[in-house]
Design a protein around this ligand. Structure first.
Ligand SMILES: Nc1ncnc2c1ncn2[C@@H]1O[C@H](COP(=O)(O)OP(=O)(O)O)[C@@H](O)[C@H]1O
Ligand SMILES: [Mg+2]
Length: 240
């Protein structure tokens, strides 16, 4: 049985760079699932994630969140707290890892002891206890990405949108990131990952969609030889 979607977009259109960059009839995200969103550079993956997160306006479309249908232009105000978008190079504040992770909880005016307990728990979850007092600005790319994941997870969103999370990461950092994403899935979070390095993220996928010419194709239903060969060609191009 297909799981109930937590988020579903219909008729999502965006005109950008003199063309209909996105023209997506339907996109469904289910609880606890990981969706890989692949496609060549410039095809609109980042724009799509930002629209989903409510950070960029679409030209048309509606969304249903938790079963309620809403116009996509105004809906994000209602579900913004439940959807977190993580930039490829996450912006971290110029302060300790602990303060970075605690930031969102303090904004919610959570009592100090509860903040401390939650932050300690999530740092352990992410294997970052030893870095708690370090300034987040001066960590490696992989460490920053894990701090950003911890900072997102501590707010317990329903959907996490990760834009190219493993780009420019070494093998070890990738492995650590995979482990954390698997944990998030097990905890029931929906995760959407964009990547142009398809074969590096495919093991995480429950669903694999790819974007081409503004349209979203479901790899399970649409697995023609031509499309596979175009993916392989694009992989090779990026590996050159
Ligand atoms: N704010 C913007 N103004 C004009 N063009 C943009 C803007 N943002 C992105 N684009 C263009 O839209 C296209 C899709 O970009 P993007 O969503 O970043 O693709 P991807 O993440 O798949 O590489 C690209 O051609 C890009 O140059
Ligand atoms: Mg991008």
């Amino acid at each position: 049985m297909k799981p109930e979607p937590i988020l579903q977009f219909r008729g999502l259109r965006k005109f950008l760079a003199n063309r209909w960059l996105l023209d997506i009839s339907e996109l469904s995200i289910s609880a606890g699932q990981c969706m890989i969103l692949s496609g060549d550079n410039g095809v609109g993956k980042t724009t799509l994630l930002k629209i989903m997160a409510g950070l960029e306006p679409p030209d048309a479309g509606e969304v249903s969140y938790d079963g309620k249908v809403l116009p996509l232009r105004t809906a994000p105000q209602q579900y913004r707290d439940n959807i977190v978008y993580l930039h490829q190079s996450p912006y971290l504040f110029d302060c300790s890892v602990i303060d970075n992770v605690a930031y969102g909880l303090r904004r919610l005016r959570m009592p100090r002891a509860a903040v401390q307990a939650k932050v300690a728990e999530v740092l352990e979850w992410a294997g970052l206890e030893h870095l708690g007092k370090r300034n987040a600005k001066y960590l490696s790319g992989g460490e920053k990405q894990r701090v950003a994941l911890a900072r997102a997870r501590v707010l317990a969103p329903k959907v996490l949108l990760l834009d190219e999370p493993i780009a420019s990461m070494d093998y070890k950092s990738r492995e650590r990131t995979y482990v954390l994403i698997e944990r998030l899935k097990k905890e029931g979070m929906s995760v959407v990952i964009t990547s142009h390095e398809l074969y590096a993220v495919l093991p995480l996928a429950d669903v694999h969609m790819y974007l081409r010419d503004g349209k979203l194709h479901d790899e399970r239903q649409d697995n023609t030889a031509a499309q596979m060969s175009s993916l392989i060609t694009s992989e090779n191009r990026h590996n050159d």
